[in-house]
Design a protein around this ligand. Structure first.
Ligand SMILES: Nc1ncnc2c1ncn2[C@@H]1O[C@H](COP(=O)(O)OP(=O)(O)OP(=O)(O)O)[C@@H](O)[C@H]1O
Ligand SMILES: [Mg+2]
Length: 262
């Protein structure tokens, strides 16, 4: 692949320590993700999508092979705060308001210098449609609203690598479509490398420059598909277009083949 590399996995194996011995999740994974790439990840439940993101975020050590993040080990990349994570479930501090939760990484993060207006928590809350909610506490929000606070918090750090694990799964479709467009425009503006896990085939196509399809049992790469032919010069596409629908059907077949149901 031309250009700088953001994430490189070579023969990467990942798993967990189970009660009855090791649980192998992903085996011998080779993957190169370029800097500034938007990679979407599809795969059946339990195939190892979150596990892969956890390894990149240094929340899980590799059991074999190698993994580099921005030419460093995942631990070094995490320590330099270049990796942001939006988890499958919102992770907010219950004793802090919405605004304080969004601002938190600024306080503990590497950037302490004064930042421009667009870097303020209010800006990001507005972006995710929560401008009136700054003073509420997490328990006063719906699940989708909590998730949007998590997204605002991750975005405002402007990390070089942004890991998003089904971030929009709990949202209604209209909000989801809007956040898809917001995320694309943020990505275009910032050149952030994004790994985005989703169960929505259309979302994977709409957002991704490439889509990685993982298969289950054993977890492995089923396909890696370039979506560039579907995209216009701004990296956008129309969800209803024949080409998108055709690719969606192809991805659906791949997912069925890779679901590991014997
Ligand atoms: N902490 C853990 N200890 C043991 N096994 C785990 C642990 N976390 C996940 N697993 C197992 O690892 C496999 C992959 O889990 P993972 O969460 O990566 O799946 P996923 O692809 O993200 O699924 P989903 O689409 O449902 O979120 C599953 O079989 C799961 O049961
Ligand atoms: Mg998951």
């Amino acid at each position: 692949m031309p250009g700088a590399v953001a994430i490189e996995a070579a023969g990467l194996s990942l798993g967990y320590e189970g009660e009855n011995g090791p649980i192998r999740v992903l085996n011998d994974l080779d993957l190169t993700i370029g800097k500034g790439e938007f990679l979407t990840i599809l795969g059946p439940s339990g195939c190892g999508k979150s596990t892969l993101l956890r390894a990149v975020a240094d929340l899980l050590p590799a059991t074999g092979g190698s993994l580099s993040v921005l030419d460093r080990t995942p631990t070094e990349a995490r320590k330099s705060r270049e990796v942001g994570f939006v988890f499958q479930e919102a992770t907010l501090l219950p004793w802090r308001t919405v605004q304080e939760n969004v601002a938190l990484p600024l306080q503990v993060g590497r950037r302490s210098v004064s930042r421009p207006v667009e870097a303020r928590p209010e800006h990001w809350l507005e972006l995710v449609g929560l401008s009136g909610f700054a003073d509420r506490y997490p328990h006063e929000l719906s699940g989708g609203q909590r998730q949007r606070v998590s997204i605002a918090r991750a975005l405002q750090c402007e990390p070089e690598v942004l890991l998003m694990d089904e971030p929009f799964g709990a949202l209604d479709e209209i909000t989801r479509d809007r956040l898809n467009d917001e995320l694309l425009s943020i990505w275009r503006r910032t050149g952030t490398t994004i790994l985005f896990v989703t169960h929505s085939i259309i979302e994977a196509i709409y957002l991704g420059g490439r889509v990685l399809v993982l298969a289950a049992n054993p977890g492995r790469v089923q396909a890696l598909i370039d979506l560039a032919p579907l995209k216009d010069e701004n990296g956008g596409c129309r969800r209803e277009s024949a080409a998108v629908q055709e690719t969606a059907a192809q991805l659906r077949r791949l997912l069925q083949e890779g679901s590991g149901e014997a």
